[in-house]
Design a protein around this ligand. Structure first.
Ligand SMILES: Nc1ncnc2c1ncn2[C@@H]1O[C@H](COP(=O)(O)OP(=O)(O)OP(=O)(O)O)[C@@H](O)[C@H]1O
Ligand SMILES: [Mg+2]
Length: 221
């Protein structure tokens, strides 16, 4: 199959540590496994977390190989986008002026958020700001990350988003030691030792793939 389009998925948040890099790697891994030519643009140059993750992955010889490059600015990352089927922009912690740039350039913008109000409030504020600045609402994809065992908490978080006019994906990411371990070992969330956890991550990734397809359909038609 010949791909003639470049897709861009941005992963941004107002708060740090919500799982941006973890989700970026999951998405990259799943598309790379489907033979897409993928690159993660790591904009977090002070930490270089995805870049370091790739080094661990390469050292262990884990396949598929996933290209990661560090970029100082969004525009520098966008310059190389044309070489890839998919560029995943792993944004730095805290939103900056670069966040709007990422949002405007992205076909799909992933907003990972925890379930606590401390996480939800800034996420919704960021979404409102982006929409006000002209980012189409249907490009925003909320993903619940670090989800605990409480169904009630999850439901409350869904209601909170709904009241604000947004919806999260059906599948979230549970907080699991094995996921943290996978990251530490240069693996993606579908590459843990546990089939059930790999399956959960895979279902989330599939929802993101479907969402990208949905927002891209009008152009592809
Ligand atoms: N679902 C999860 N279960 C357990 N650990 C997780 C999960 N998601 C992320 N982590 C761990 O939490 C830490 C922060 O995750 P990650 O680096 O993906 O967040 P981030 O939003 O990219 O952070 P930053 O804002 O610093 O860039 C990492 O050590 C990661 O392995
Ligand atoms: Mg990160």
């Amino acid at each position: 199959m010949v791909f003639i389009m470049t897709f861009i998925i941005g992963v941004v948040s107002q708060k740090g540590g919500v799982g941006k890099s973890t989700l970026s790697r999951l998405i990259a891994r799943e598309y790379a496994a489907a033979n897409w030519n993928v690159k993660i643009a790591d904009l977090d140059i002070s930490q270089g977390t995805s870049f370091n993750w790739q080094s661990r992955r390469l050292a262990r010889g884990i396949l598929p190989e996933i290209a990661v490059e560090r970029f100082g600015t969004v525009d520098q990352a966008l310059k190389v986008a044309g070489h890839y089927n998919l560029l995943i922009i792993d944004a730095p912690p805290h939103s900056t002026s670069g966040t709007l740039r990422v949002a405007k350039a992205s076909n799909l913008l992933i907003l990972p958020t925890g379930l606590a109000l401390d996480d939800l409030e800034p996420t919704v504020l960021l979404a409102h700001e982006l929409v006000k600045s002209g980012v189409p609402k249907d490009r925003l994809v909320f993903v619940f990350t670090r989800v605990g065992d409480s169904e009630a908490e999850l439901l409350e978080a869904r209601n909170y988003l709904a009241k604000a006019g947004y919806a999260a994906l059906q599948h979230g990411l549970p907080e699991k030691v094995a996921y943290r371990r996978a990251n530490d070992e240069g693996k993606a969330l579908t590459e843990t030792r546990f089939a059930s956890l790999n399956g959960q991550a895979d279902r989330l990734a599939q929802e993101i793939v479907d969402a990208l397809q949905q927002v891209s359909e009008p152009e592809a038609a």
